[in-house]
Design a protein around this ligand. Structure first.
Ligand SMILES: N[C@@H](CCC(=O)N[C@@H](CS)C(=O)NCC(=O)O)C(=O)O
Length: 212
């Protein structure tokens, strides 16, 4: 593969959604098979014409395929990575597993990751006044309540399930793991009473892919 058609990931270090992509690549032992380009979100590099040409929603991460197509949305990028690289399956191999993983991934995303994100961007200072130009604190606080319900939901689920989508580690675990990291960053309390969630986090946090 020549340098021109190496897969490229546009990311911002320390942000939770790009971290999902690094984790997926690490699970596939493929971190060294892609190039990474840092996008300076704090200086609005994601709100430029050239970035909107890659992702009109103006968010990181974005992946450029070997063929030059752009894929955004962390779930879609993870699907691409899972299909493109050999190794463990992150998205399921049977129809049933694929459906369940996708369902649980979406729950982890909407009930925790995105709910925390909406709270952070709308009801706190978020990324600062230059970037948070259209805040609605009421909407943010509704999402904080939703995030707390989401944490409770996953705590109950993990009482009877080894991983988020059943017996195997999957992209649903990656999403929830970084949803909790975002909760820590946004100072959304993960109550000590949520012992199943905390134990699961401790367990999956031992994986080399989630240690970085
Ligand atoms: N649904 C998108 C969300 C991506 C997203 O919100 N990324 C954040 C970084 S974690 C971002 O680009 N924020 C820029 C901003 O808030 O202006 C995904 O799954 O990739």
């Amino acid at each position: 593969m020549s340098a021109e058609n190496k897969i490229t990931v546009f990311e911002t270090t320390g942000f939770p959604n790009p971290a999902r992509i690094r984790a997926a690549l690490a699970e596939k032992n493929a971190l060294d098979q892609v190039d990474f380009v840092e996008i300076d979100v704090m200086n609005k590099e994601h709100r430029t014409e050239s970035f909107y040409a890659m992702n009109p929603l103006g968010t990181v991460p974005v992946l450029r395929t070997a063929e030059g197509d752009f894929i955004s949305e962390s779930t879609a990028i993870t699907e691409y990575i899972d299909a493109h690289f050999d190794g463990v399956s992150l998205t399921g191999q049977t129809a049933s597993a694929r459906g369940k993983i996708h369902m649980m991934q979406r729950r982890a995303e909407s009930m925790v990751m995105d709910a925390v994100g909406t709270y952070f961007h709308h009801a706190t200072d978020g990324l600062g006044p230059d970037l948070e130009t259209n805040q609605c604190s009421q909407w943010g606080n509704i999402q904080l309540a939703n995030a707390k319900n989401g944490l409770l939901y996953f705590d109950r689920l993990l009482a009877n399930s080894e991983y988020v989508a059943g017996d195997s580690f999957s992209m649903a675990d990656i999403t929830l793991f970084y949803g909790l990291a975002f909760a820590d960053f946004a100072k959304v309390e993960i109550s000590a009473e949520l012992t199943n969630l905390i134990d699961w986090r401790e367990k999956v946090g031992q994986r080399p892919s989630l240690k970085g």
